[in-house]
Design a protein around this ligand. Sequence first.
Ligand SMILES: [Zn+2]
Ligand SMILES: [Zn+2]
Length: 297
Amino acid sequence: MSGGVTVTFWGVRGSTPCAGARYARYGGNTSCVSLDADGHQPMVFDLGTGLREYGDAVTARFSAELAANRFTTPYLATALLTHLHWDHIIGLPFFTPAFRPDAHLDVYGPQQPGGLEATFTGVMHKPYFPITPSQMGGKIRFVDTTAEDFAVNGAKVRARWVRHTDPTLGYRVDLEGVSIAYLSDHGPGCCPSDPDDFVPDDVLELCDGADLVIHDSQHTASEFEVKRHFGHCTVGYAVHVAREAGARNLALFHHCPTHTDEDLDRILDGARDLAAKTGGPDVLAAREGMRLDVSPR
Ligand SMILES: [Zn+2]
Ligand SMILES: [Zn+2]
């Protein structure tokens, strides 16, 4: 990697993990995307089941350093958590780097009435799970976050509320001259008074001229008619948001577990047609294991 940011998709599925031959190419793990840039600590969007595999990759990297007797730096990382739905948190107990005593993971996530740490621990303790986050071994620090801008190890982070069924943040990270927006779960149907094509200012602010927008694309137009209250959007709306914001590239993300590889191929073709006809961004469909080197313009 020389300059820019490497974006790696570890989990791209929405709602629930799924497995089987029908999902072989796009993958069945839930939301988790890592950002790596030279000279910066790693960042990760969301803690879905994809986090387990990301942890294995991190551990393998450190194992090589250990074998070469160059293992001196503690594991430090930052997670930007959009919200507390199961598909976005279930990977944390299986994130092996966080079991190292020298690990320090900061988890920024939506402010909760009783505090983010207490709320997260409310579902990660007996009898739901044998240990709590504080018993994992490393230091996990939860940071209650609202609509605000802050700095993390040389990255500028912008958090804004987005429309979903429960309090949910979208993020924008500006790092090494590259801007990446992440809105995993964004549902216009959650605000029935909003026209379907309305894009809130906060969303435009996150995606404004971004090099890459990673956006919810859970439904086709016909599915949305009966599922508009689920808190997700159509593929066409994702294209619309990226175009309105003047973004360069759009990654369709949070794929519905009912969509097979063939369905997603068709959905991607349709999204590319729409973007081409409307002056929209370059569109790709996020796939598990996909790695994008995003360079400054
Ligand atoms: Zn979700
Ligand atoms: Zn959700």
